[in-house]
Design a protein. Structure first.
Lengths: 447, 326
């Protein structure tokens, strides 16, 4: 038999009153299970069970005042064979001492000289030294890491980086599983190697070849490469040659920039009429075909050396596909005549091929017009770049909601922002505007 | 590394600070022999003695006055008020002296003190034991207001508060004193004040809170995540000065925000955050900013107390209300 004496419930109070037993005599209880609710001078406290076992006896009922250190309940604990020998730290006080028929009486009146001293702090800890009903849980907190700028951090390290104005994206993680540690952030702060950039755009790099021509079909700007005037702390960063797809992109963009006289028109298509789940890419491709029907001169090739052009009858669209290795432009064939299912199947096949690097070379050229759907990332309008011999490219920005005037009132409609760049050497402004108008008209249709 | 509770984190930081710096002293009602009403200073009297862990009479004005006076003379006092309600007589010293000493002496003196006390309700204590007066202190210039919400933040922020050369009001959310344990190393590493702690990353909605309401907010975030909503959770941690940048950056991404506070809604910190979003972030909002708060009443006695406390359901409902706005 184990006797549970009433612990000090918080402030050295001499006693507490039983409000309610939360278990019954004879119940099996587990350690820390709420046993009884007791009222002290300051609060109602739930007292947890110090033992796992069976409650054999209560030393009082609701309204009874129990002196601190006096028996509150007796337990039969497993393995406890010696039922008569009380194994509690103090001998149980008599029931008469513990019980009171006049709970409002000051408890000191019941104190007897034999009353045991208040239990020591070890026992108090065991039974929850609390003022009030504290939520106590055995749950162990493991805070989630989050991914910021491509690296994993805990909330504390993320806060430290903010405090020290360190850009986490530029910190090399040294923790387990690639987690950035507080030490990593402090080191970066001391070295000044990862300062948070102001939100304004960076000034131009001084050496022109250090920066590729802007690629129109990408998401956010690539991280600025180390510039010649980099701080001394950046000495470990090396210049590296562009390879593969990125080198091809750089060359193609420079070429375009030298030759094409690019002009960009921007407008929005109101897609309020669309059903939920409409296939945005398919609709953009179909709208290109509609634009070319109105103004075939944009679906054309121009040979500036011979000063000749071909206006195409069919339409193969070069779709920009963003990958870690750089930008691909993949050809979708027969957009002018394909059904919705055909075109969607073709898009999926091409994207998959590009990702697997299994795309046949002929599918990376000979498109007649270009489309970039950069809006899946961010950005509203752009000045996309025409890849010769093509003469036009359309880019779609991020879908947004906009307030539009309707019949003297206003409504909120979904919009696709469109940017059309055309080569003004072969296409007139009027042709381009009519092309864009036809696209918008097609996109505005419900289906 | 030990698994400890939030209040253990407080105790561990206090002991660490006293060991590291002989200028740190502690006083308050029953903080010494008794170890404090919630045992936050347990063991410190035995370890550091009468001169550094001092039991005071029941006289809050005196405690506050001693704190300011000692701090002005190069001692680093950490005073305890037993409950949030007992800080009201201390406000004159905090507002008119602690917060102004640096300014009043044109930088010649500062006031490196900490006033720490348990705050918040939900533990069936009387009403003036259960309030959340962070907005009162946040309104005082020159005073920093810090509220930890986890064992590691209790430890790290308490160390930062004690080492800081200016006054810090350190409010301990007593309802979660023993809610969960966390592995915290007693390595003397402080955590940054004046910045928010982003506890979860998300893209659809931002839940902003602090103190004990972090518990309900994380539970609400769990429920919303089960609905397929991507939830960002921010623990403000330092109420004043307020790091609005972290909150604005988050809401720029999510476009939706619910602020959860236990204190009454009227003129609370949640209102300040909502106003900050209206100022700097309104063009990114897809829906109104919602505040889930206590009610504008005196903290109810404990039979009605849980009706007052913002519940998980109220948070989830508020979130769903603004998630429906397209």
């Amino acid at each position: 038999m184990k006797v549970f004496n009433l612990p000090d419930l918080g402030e050295g109070l001499p006693d507490a009153e039983i409000v309610e037993w939360l278990v019954s005599e004879g119940d099996e209880v587990t350690v820390d299970q709420p046993l009884v609710s007791m009222e002290t001078a300051k609060a109602v406290v739930e007292v947890p069970s110090p033992f796992t076992g069976r409650v054999v006896k209560f030393h009082g009922g609701p309204g009874d005042v129990i002196n601190t250190g006096s028996p509150l309940a007796e337990f039969k604990v497993e393995g406890d064979t010696d039922s008569e020998a009380a194994t509690a730290d103090e001998p149980p006080a008599t029931e008469a001492a513990a019980r009171s028929d006049a709970p409002s009486e000051p408890a000191t009146a019941q104190s007897s000289p034999e009353r045991p001293a208040p239990p020591d702090s070890a026992e108090r800890e065991d039974s929850g030294t609390v003022v009030g009903k504290m939520q106590a849980g055995g749950e162990v907190l493991q805070e989630r890491t989050s991914t910021v700028g491509g690296v994993k951090v805990t909330p504390a390290v993320r806060a430290l980086a903010r405090k020290l104005k360190v850009d986490l994206a530029q910190v090399s993680p040294t923790g387990a599983d690639g987690v950035v540690t507080a030490a990593d952030v402090r080191r970066a702060a001391e070295e000044g190697s990862a300062p948070v950039q102001p939100r304004q755009p960076r000034p131009e790099a001084t050496r022109p070849e250090s920066k590729p021509a802007a690629a129109p079909d990408r998401g956010p700007e690539p991280k600025p490469q180390a510039a010649p005037d980099r701080p001394a702390a950046d000495a470990s960063v090396e210049w590296e040659p562009l390879r593969g797809t990125r080198r091809t992109m750089a060359r193609a963009m420079s070429e375009s920039h030298k030759r094409v006289v690019a002009t960009t028109l921007m407008d929005d298509a109101d897609i309020h009429a669309w059903r939920a789940g409409e296939d945005v890419t398919y609709r953009l491709l179909r709208a290109l075909a509609a634009g070319a029907k109105a103004e075939p001169g944009l679906n054309a090739w121009y040979d500036d050396e011979q000063n000749m052009r071909i206006v195409h009858k069919g339409m193969d669209v070069g779709m920009a596909v963003d990958t870690a290795d750089g930008l691909f432009v993949a050809r979708l064939k027969g957009v002018h005549k394909g059904s919705r299912e055909d075109i969607r199947g073709e898009i999926n096949r091409l994207k998959e091929n590009v990702r697997n690097r299994s795309i046949p070379p002929e599918d990376l050229k000979d498109y007649t017009i270009m489309l970039s759907n950069f809006g899946v990332f961010a950005g509203r309008y752009a000045t996309p770049i025409v890849n010769p011999p093509c003469v036009s490219i359309v880019a779609a920005g991020v879908l947004r909601h906009e307030v539009v005037p309707v019949l003297g009132g206003v409504e909120v409609h979904r919009m696709i922002p469109l940017s059309l760049t055309f080569d003004h050497r072969t296409v007139t402004g009027g042709e381009a505007a009519r092309f864009l108008k036809a696209m918008i008209a097609d996109l505005s249709k419900a289906e | 590394m030990a698994e400890i509770t939030l209040i253990d984190g407080v105790t561990m930081a206090l002991a660490r600070a006293m060991t590291e710096d002989p200028a740190v002293v502690m006083f308050g009602e029953d903080v010494g022999v008794n170890g404090g009403v919630f045992r936050a200073t347990a063991g410190l009297h035995q370890k550091f003695g009468d001169e550094r862990v001092i039991d005071t009479p029941l006289a809050e004005v005196m405690i506050a006055g001693m704190t300011v006076g000692m701090a002005a003379q190069g001692i680093k006092p950490v005073a305890e008020a037993q409950f949030c309600g007992f800080t009201m007589p201390m406000i004159d010293h905090i507002m008119c002296h602690a917060g102004r000493l640096r300014n009043r002496t044109r930088g010649r003196m500062s006031c490196p003190m900490v006033l720490r006390f348990p705050s918040g309700g939900g533990i069936h204590a009387p009403e003036h034991h259960s309030e959340s007066p962070e907005a009162l202190f946040a309104h005082m210039p020159g005073v920093r207001v810090v509220i930890p919400s986890s064992p590691s933040r209790a430890y790290g922020l308490m160390l930062a508060a004690i080492r800081d050369p200016d006054p810090v009001i350190f409010m301990e959310p007593k309802r979660i004193y023993r809610w969960q344990k966390e592995e915290v190393a007693d390595d003397g590493e402080e955590l940054p004040m004046d910045v928010c702690y982003t506890l979860r990353d998300g893209n659809d909605i931002t839940l902003v809170t602090w103190g004990a309401m972090v518990k309900e907010t994380l539970e609400a975030a769990d429920q919303l995540e089960q609905q397929g909503v991507s939830v960002e959770v921010i623990d403000v941690a330092t109420i004043s000065p307020l790091d609005m940048d972290t909150i604005i950056e988050s809401v720029e991404r999510t476009g939706r925000c619910v602020v959860i506070q236990e204190a009454p809604k009227h003129c609370g910190v949640a209102s300040e955050i909502a106003a900050g979003l209206a100022d700097a972030g309104i063009w990114h909002l897809h829906a109104p900013v919602k505040r889930v708060c206590g009610y504008d009443v005196i903290m109810p006695l404990y039979r009605n107390e849980m009706k007052y406390m913002p519940s998980v359901k109220r948070i989830v409902d508020a979130a769903n209300e603004i998630l429906e706005v397209s």
